[in-house]
Design a protein around this ligand. Structure first.
Ligand code: SF4
Length: 385
């Protein structure tokens, strides 16, 4: 029987851990450093690629994703070296997607041509807000004018350009968001990621919030109204939601993220990178050392990995459910049953169908508009909780 990961494909995630400044809402593994030895980083990535490729021979690589951090601070020669090495280790899919996350600063934009020449064919840009006041409040170091200029440069060089916006910001009304989203859709090429601002513990915003300092955040009802409005406007503009926070024109979905959501395999290299890899018929969850220097030191001793846990069939089935129900295409019940060695309880399926939370089609289950608003409960019910 074919290994389960083949249902979702195979990708490579490369984590670049540096940013020019730390945004106050950010809980990603990102660090500010005055000096970065690009050559040292290149050598470390190539060494990690050798290691993971040895474990995953004879595969077709469907995507590469440079995430961060701010990968547009990476020397394009490093990007090129990683892509070239990946192409030597694996067979490259004809339609491989190679995405690089970029910040929309003017300095980064000067490197875009270098990334294109390296083989990158998709840019995902963290614009976050379409006015300078809110960009400053979000601690972003770019201005709207710089963002627009960088976006135009990206559009002139790449067929596929996505950008992110954060909504449900301080003092943002429903009408403000409607205006901004409409403007964003006028700019958009083929893909938009729209996230509600969440206040994470351990971030500067989290500390400020705990001290009662982050005023004017929308309450739950306004947040929900903003989410609903987002779906309505994006759908009408031909960019419907295909995942909780992601919208695309037909055929322009992020193929890399679809590997996660379709529960394929992905090798993760770089500080803090996670992976799911099937090796010798067993699937493993992998994690790399989080701190940049600790990761570099570990790689120089043979592996950047800090943890590798074998996933049982039930673990995999639960992860598949958790990831697969985030996307509008949903999951396949037979695949779940093969992983879990038990079926999703029919009573739970019937109950959620009757409540209008899910729909079924053959062996597939997908979440309805109503169900998306209560996704965690839907997942818990199907998982038998
Ligand atoms: S640029 Fe992105 S990764 Fe870096 S600190 Fe800001 S939000 Fe985090």
């Amino acid at each position: 029987m074919a290994e389960d990961w083949r249902n979702g494909g195979f990708g490579l995630y490369v984590h670049w851990p540096f940013c020019e400044a730390k945004c106050p809402y950010c809980d990603f593994n990102s660090h500010v450093s005055r000096s970065i030895d690009q050559g040292h980083w290149r050598t470390a990535y190539l060494s990690e690629l050798d290691r993971v490729a040895t474990e995953t021979p004879d595969r077709v690589l469907n995507s590469i994703f440079f995430g961060g951090g701010t990968p547009s601070l990476m020397d394009p020669a490093t990007t090129a070296a990683v892509i070239d090495a990946a192409a030597k280790h694996w067979r490259i899919a004809n339609d491989i997607e190679i995405t690089l996350e970029a910040n929309p600063g003017s300095v980064e934009a000067t490197r875009f041509a270098g990334y294109r020449d390296a083989g990158v064919n998709r840019i995902s840009m963290g614009i976050q807000a379409l006015n300078d006041t809110d960009l400053r409040r979000l601690g972003r170091i770019h201005t709207l004018a710089e963002a627009r200029a960088a976006f135009d440069t990206a559009r002139s060089l790449f067929d596929r350009v996505s950008f992110d916006l954060i909504y449900a910001r301080q003092d943002q009304s429903l009408a403000d968001w409607e205006r901004e989203l409409t403007e964003a859709l006028n700019m958009a090429v083929d893909h938009l990621s729209l996230y509600q601002l969440t206040i994470e513990p351990g971030t500067a915003f989290g500390d400020r919030f705990d001290r009662g300092g982050l005023r004017g955040l929308p309450d739950e009802d306004l947040g929900a109204a903003m989410y609903d409005l987002t779906q309505e406007i994006c759908e009408a503009a031909g960019m419907p939601r295909y995942e909780v926070s992601n919208h695309a024109r037909e055929g322009a979905q992020s193929r890399h993220n679809l590997i996660y959501w379709r529960y394929g395999d992905y090798a993760g290299i770089g500080p803090g990178a996670h992976g799911r890899m099937t090796v010798g018929g067993q699937r493993f969850a992998t994690e790399a050392h989080r701190m940049p220097q600790a990761w570099l030191d570990a790689v120089s001793k043979g592996t950047g990995e800090s943890a590798r846990d074998r996933l049982s069939g039930i673990d995999q089935a639960e992860e598949y459910l958790l990831m697969g129900l985030r996307i509008s295409e949903g999951i396949d019940r037979d695949r779940y049953a093969a992983l879990a060695s038990t079926a999703i309880p029919e009573a739970a399926v019937q109950e959620l169908v009757e409540l209008g939370m899910i729909r079924t089609r053959g062996s597939r289950i997908s979440v309805t508009y109503q169900g998306f608003n209560l996704l965690n409960r839907v997942i818990a019910r199907l998982a038998g909780a």
